[in-house]
Design a protein around this ligand. Structure first.
Ligand SMILES: NC(=O)c1ccc[n+]([C@@H]2O[C@H](COP(=O)([O-])OP(=O)(O)OC[C@H]3O[C@@H](n4cnc5c(N)ncnc54)[C@H](O)[C@@H]3O)[C@@H](O)[C@H]2O)c1
Ligand SMILES: [Zn+2]
Length: 366
């Protein structure tokens, strides 16, 4: 059992990583509200995850004297929409979920982003808990309190900060997750290592085989290590005011542009894999990263983890640059790149010449 209590100014996120956490989630939520029977919990999940784990969670809640109901959405990014959010509100109306009620996200980042935003806005904020079921959500999306939906042309730009009171991770859920999604989640873990610690990077290098085989004890350690890294960063900047949190965007500037230009055909983590390589090459070109070894090490590690280091289908550099320029124009005039001076030493630069970005990007072309 791994437990971690993440203290924010206004709240605490109780985080635990344990096998069978799904079976215990009712008791865990109940521990915070021992003497109030009949509280309501809306479990928000997607069809796939609901089929696999919905019953376990509903039973666990009912055993702990909660009134529980499930709301299922279609799997996939398209469900992070105003329309689907509207359906969730309708379920909350029908269920008469009041201010003492809670919303529990059971699923990947799509479910937790949508559920968190519903929890932040329903009755101006009700309790929120997360049972993440993808590696992406285990290591990244489930904590930090960023919640969001998409509107056309603006991914993740309608949202709120709303910290979950409980994050209960059951690593055994990873056994039913597609291997491609496991690999994609691993990219975020490599990102956390690159921006924080040489030791954590070496840990990945030493564990590739067991990580790729979804060895549960090691996955449990992987998740806890990532939660600690992310918690430490978001605790210092919970609502993204000081700018510290921006280092979590390492690899994401180019990553998002690739994601967009491929019409979201690649997994987010696959785009982050490519984006991290570009960020490292750019760091080298700008003379920040002196050691030639980091780019080579990263490429080797990503390859061993089954993540892409080159684009399978070429996307013209002009299209990527146009996407970056458009983002820059629309979202506040400055594109800030998170770069590296060394493993564990991220720096943020706002003045990167476009020619160098282009050149670093072109290294991905087949
Ligand atoms: N809020 C944040 O801080 C944050 C951080 C990172 C990513 N995100 C968001 O997370 C989303 C991506 O999340 P994701 O990668 O988890 O995708 P996802 O939620 O779409 O899940 C991927 C697929 O896996 C299936 N699935 C989930 N768990 C499963 C399991 N245990 N077994 C079998 N199938 C399972 C789902 O049905 C879905 O089809 C994006 O929308 C991204 O913007 C948010
Ligand atoms: Zn990401």
């Amino acid at each position: 059992v791994f437990d971690l209590s993440i203290q924010f100014e206004t709240c605490v996120t109780q985080t635990l990583v344990r096998l069978n956490a799904l079976r215990d989630v009712g008791a865990l939520l109940r521990a915070a509200r021992p003497s109030e029977p009949g509280l309501r919990v809306l479990v928000l999940t997607d069809e796939r995850v609901g089929d696999l784990y919905g019953e376990t969670v509903l039973e666990s809640l009912e055993d702990a004297a909660f009134e529980a109901r499930e709301h299922r959405i279609r799997p996939g990014e398209a469900s992070k929409s105003l329309e689907v959010l509207g359906d969730v509100y309708q379920s909350l109306v029908r269920f008469e979920l009041d201010r003492d009620g809670q919303i529990l996200a059971l699923g990947g980042g799509v479910v937790s982003d949508l559920a968190g935003f519903a929890a932040a806005t329903w009755m101006r904020g009700v309790g929120f808990a997360v049972c993440p079921t993808t590696l992406e959500a285990d290591v990244d999306a489930s904590i930090g309190g960023k919640t969001a939906i998409n509107v056309p042309g603006a991914k993740n730009l309608v949202g709120a900060f709303h910290q979950p009171a409980l994050v209960a991770v059951d690593p055994s859920c990873l056994q039913t997750l597609e291997r491609r999604d496991i690999r994609a989640g691993m990219a975020e873990s490599v990102k956390h290592a690159l921006i924080t610690s040489e030791e954590f990077l070496e840990w990945h290098e030493a564990g590739v085989e067991r990580l790729s085989a979804v060895d549960l004890p090691l996955m449990r350690e992987l998740i806890l290590r990532n939660l600690r890294v992310k918690a430490a960063i978001v605790q210092r900047d919970p609502c993204e005011h000081t700018g510290r949190r921006i280092i979590l965007n390492f690899g994401h500037t180019i990553g998002h542009a690739i994601e967009e230009c491929t019409g979201f055909a690649l997994r987010h983590g696959e785009c982050v894999s490519l984006g991290m390589l570009v960020a490292c090459r750019l760091s080298q070109a700008l003379g920040l990263l002196e050691d030639d070894g980091v780019v080579g090490r990263l490429a080797k590690l990503l390859t061993r983890l089954g993540l892409p280091t080159q684009l399978a289908e070429p996307i013209e550099a002009d299209r990527i640059m146009a996407t970056l320029r458009r983002d820059k124009k629309v979202w506040g005039g400055q594109e800030r790149f998170v770069l590296l001076e060394d493993v564990g030493r991220p720096v943020v630069r706002g003045d990167v010449p476009e020619g160098q970005v282009r050149e670093a990007y072109e290294s991905l072309l087949p």
